[in-house]
Design a protein around this ligand. Structure first.
Ligand SMILES: O=c1ccn([C@@H]2O[C@H](COP(=O)(O)O)[C@@H](O)[C@H]2O)c(=O)[nH]1
Length: 241
């Protein structure tokens, strides 16, 4: 653990109001926000722009995967929203990744981080086999990370279980954004490759994405605080060693 990993709260709420209720209890700087397909489809760019204006780092998690020209346009639109990070699917392949990179680099003044989803954390070996992706999830993550590195992306989205492997492959500066994070005792839900916040940090995750353990909690703000505390304790323990 070379630097403090960041907590990214996945705002997978059914309405803008529910998302705002949680965000209004948090402080920019204490965590980052992730807006995914469900909330974006409901509430759209206005919600994102508002949070950006309020000083939030917003990860726009729309996982673009289309022909290169379309993905380039989507990346330009994301950059214009002022988001902190945007992502694409590495499965889109080298030309699509290069188009995304070029779109961000040639865009306006704002240049968000660009990351690529490798193997969704909801996949296990059986579901990879079913879609015909070769090898184990870890091997597929390595292969797709290679594409992301070759296209000059800023990092990948992988599970905590592959974070150490990605770090060994790419070096420290390349981001390892890890969903599938579950505090001890939380339900795995549809996630298959999970780790606790502490284990994900020890494995080398740079950004921990947590959704339902927060959004389904009786007190979401308290759940954020509890995960942030676990992360701080883990950081301190690593520093003391
Ligand atoms: O491989 C991936 C990529 C993205 N996600 C997204 O992260 C959150 C996780 O939410 P939880 O409720 O903590 O499971 C969600 O928004 C996913 O779309 C992912 O889970 N896995």
């Amino acid at each position: 653990m070379n630097s403090t990993p960041d907590l990214i709260v996945a705002l997978d709420f059914d309405s803008a109001d529910a998302a705002r209720r949680l965000v209004d209890t948090l402080e920019p700087g204490s965590c980052r926000l992730k807006v995914g397909k469900a909330l974006f489809t409901r509430a759209g760019p206005t919600l994102v722009e508002g949070w950006v204006r309020d000083g939030w780092d917003v990860f726009l998690d729309l996982k673009f995967h289309d022909i290169p020209n379309t993905v380039a346009g989507a990346c330009r639109a994301a950059a214009d929203l002022g988001v902190w990070m945007v992502n694409v699917h590495a499965l889109g392949g080298p030309a699509m990744l290069a188009a995304a990179r070029a779109a961000i680099d040639e865009g306006g003044a704002h240049r968000p981080l660009l990351t690529a989803v490798t193997v969704l954390t909801s996949h296990d070996q059986a579901s990879l086999d079913a879609v015909g992706l070769q090898g184990t999830p870890a091997e597929a993550v390595t292969r797709l990370t290679g594409l992301a590195v070759a296209a000059g992306l800023d990092g990948v989205v992988c599970s905590g279980q592959e974070a150490a492997r990605v770090r060994a492959q790419t070096g420290e500066a390349f981001r390892r954004v890890t969903p599938g994070v579950r505090p001890r005792g939380s339900a795995a839900d549809d996630q298959r490759r999970i780790l606790t916040p502490t284990d994900a940090m020890r494995a080398g995750a740079t950004d921990l994405v947590v959704g339902r353990p927060i959004t389904n909690a009786a007190d979401p703000a308290r759940a954020v605080e509890s995960i942030a505390n676990e992360m701080a304790v883990t950081m301190q323990a690593a520093a003391d060693r």
